[in-house]
Every structure is written in structure tokens, then in C-alpha cells.
Design a protein around this ligand. Structure first.
Ligand SMILES: [Zn+2]
Length: 265
């Protein structure tokens, strides 16, 4: 029998290489799509977390005499202890799904505070008190920052605030435009503070902002700068943060320093 009349049982090497090549191309097309879908899913889940945290702050603000949304002693304080677990039982709400951050409700540390002139030892949860350093940080710490203080500065809309003050539901001017909680942004390790970058929860794309009326918006860099200034946060607080902001936020000018006068043109 002639060779060519035998039934073909196997692929030739060329056919195999073509198939492998097509699969490689398909994988190359699909992987970026899958990673984009995953990061968008993380963004949506994170927005849901922030929405729940904001609802917690709204209830808390009505229940304490001062009307403050969240207990944070100063600008640098990012504690979620006043919300979790009293108002929100699930600690997962404190974790942005775009991160490897960890919050364990059983974590404890002690501190000595002075009450009526006497030292008192208290326990607290270090994971709820402080945010993690960056998205990959799994050493214990939540994923969000608290911006509940209005800062001393002159703002683009002409308003001047003479001294920092704690925002409450009674004194907040425009709750739907004033955010209180946002994705943690890292300002150490040679990165710029309050500026979404690779090591942050959603990378360079932006951050989720939780507003005082409970709604959440995803803001890119430019939208974040505007939201900060409208929310009365004198951004950027450090002069080395000016460069990237001025380059990207069209029409934003500053007369110098974080307490300087801001304006848009
Ligand atoms: Zn997030």
C-alpha cells in the first residue's frame, strides 16, 4: 500500500506549532482583560466596604453628643475603632479587596493613658487603629484613611479656614461633596503622599472616596485633588507633592506651601 493512503493519526510538527502559537496569542489577549476585570471587581467591592463604613459614621454621628462622624484625635489618626465592631460586625469591611491587608478582631495591644491624672492601662486593636502601609502589606492593619479634620488653608472657592477643626454632621457644609474616608494612600518609600501610585490599593488608577452623605465615588488623581480641596483638606501638605499635582490638575495653582492660597483657572 502506498504511504499517503494510510489514515493520518497525528499532527505534524508544523500544525502543532501553529496551534501552540494561536493559544499563546489568545492568552496574551485574555490575560490583560482578566486582570482589568479583576481590578474593576475589586474597585466595586471596595466601594461597597466604604459605603458600609460611611453608613456607620452617619449612625455614630447621631448617637454622640458632639456629632462627630468618627473618633480621630488629630489629622494623623486613622482609627476605625469607633465603627468596628460596635456598628459594623464584619472586619472584612475594613479591608480593600485590592490589597493583602489583614484585620484580625482578636489582635490586641496595650497602651497607658492618663485619666483624671492617673495612668490607666488600656487594651486596643492595633489592626483597627492603624492602616497597613501599602497594598501588599499583610502585617496587620486596615486599608482606609480617615480625613475627618477640616484643615487650615485658603481654598480655591475663596473660603479661608483659620484653624483645623473636627468635622461633625452639624458643621459640615456640603455633605455630598465632602469625603471622610478613602483608600489608604502611601506617602513613604519615596512615593508621593495623597497621590495614587503603584503600591497603593488600586494602583495609579485612583481611590475610592466615601462622602458624608454615604455615597462613594472612584476618583482619579485629578478628581482626588479637587475632592480634597472641596472637602477642606489642604492638599498637598508637603511641598514635594506640588510637582505631580500641578502637572496633572489643569488650572490648579498654589501660591506656595500647604497653607497657601489655592485656585483653579
Ligand atoms: Zn480600595
Amino acid at each position: 500500500m502506498h504511504e499517503s493512503l494510510r489514515p493520518r493519526l497525528a499532527f505534524t510538527l508544523i500544525e502543532l506549532l501553529v496551534v501552540v502559537g494561536i493559544i499563546a496569542i489568545l492568552v496574551g489577549i485574555l490575560l490583560p482583560v482578566l486582570s482589568r476585570v479583576r481590578s474593576q471587581a475589586n474597585q466595586v467591592k471596595c466601594a461597597s466596604n466604604l459605603h458600609q463604613l460611611m453608613l456607620g459614621t452617619m449612625i455614630y454621628s447621631r448617637e454622640n453628643k458632639g456629632g462627630w462622624y468618627i473618633t480621630a484625635g488629630d489629622y494623623s489618626n486613622d482609627s476605625l475603632e469607633s465603627l468596628i465592631p460596635t456598628y459594623i460586625k464584619d472586619a472584612k469591611v475594613a479591608i480593600c479587596p485590592g490589597t493583602k491587608n489583614v484585620v484580625d478582631l482578636r489582635a490586641t495591644a496595650t497602651e497607658t493613658v492618663t485619666i483624671n491624672g492617673s495612668p490607666v492601662v488600656r487594651t486596643y486593636n492595633p489592626h483597627l487603629r492603624k492602616p497597613a502601609d501599602y497594598a501588599e502589606d499583610d502585617r496587620g492593619g486596615h486599608s482606609y484613611e480617615v480625613f475627618c479634620w477640616a484643615g487650615k488653608a485658603q481654598y480655591p472657592d475663596g473660603v479661608t479656614i483659620a484653624a483645623d477643626y473636627l468635622m461633625t454632621y452639624k458643621n459640615v457644609r456640603r455633605p455630598a461633596e465632602t469625603f471622610l474616608l478613602l483608600d489608604r494612600d502611601q506617602g513613604a518609600f519615596g512615593t508621593t503622599n495623597n497621590w495614587p501610585e503603584k503600591i497603593d490599593n488600586h494602583g495609579e488608577r485612583g481611590v475610592n472616596l466615601g462622602f458624608c452623605d454615604g455615597h462613594v465615588e472612584f476618583a482619579d488623581r485629578a478628581a482626588m485633588v479637587r475632592a480634597m480641596l472641596i472637602s477642606r483638606h489642604p492638599w498637598p501638605r508637603e511641598s514635594n507633592d506640588l510637582g505631580p499635582a500641578l502637572a496633572i490638575v489643569k488650572g490648579l495653582h498654589n501660591s506656595g506651601g500647604w497653607q497657601g492660597k489655592w485656585w483653579f483657572q
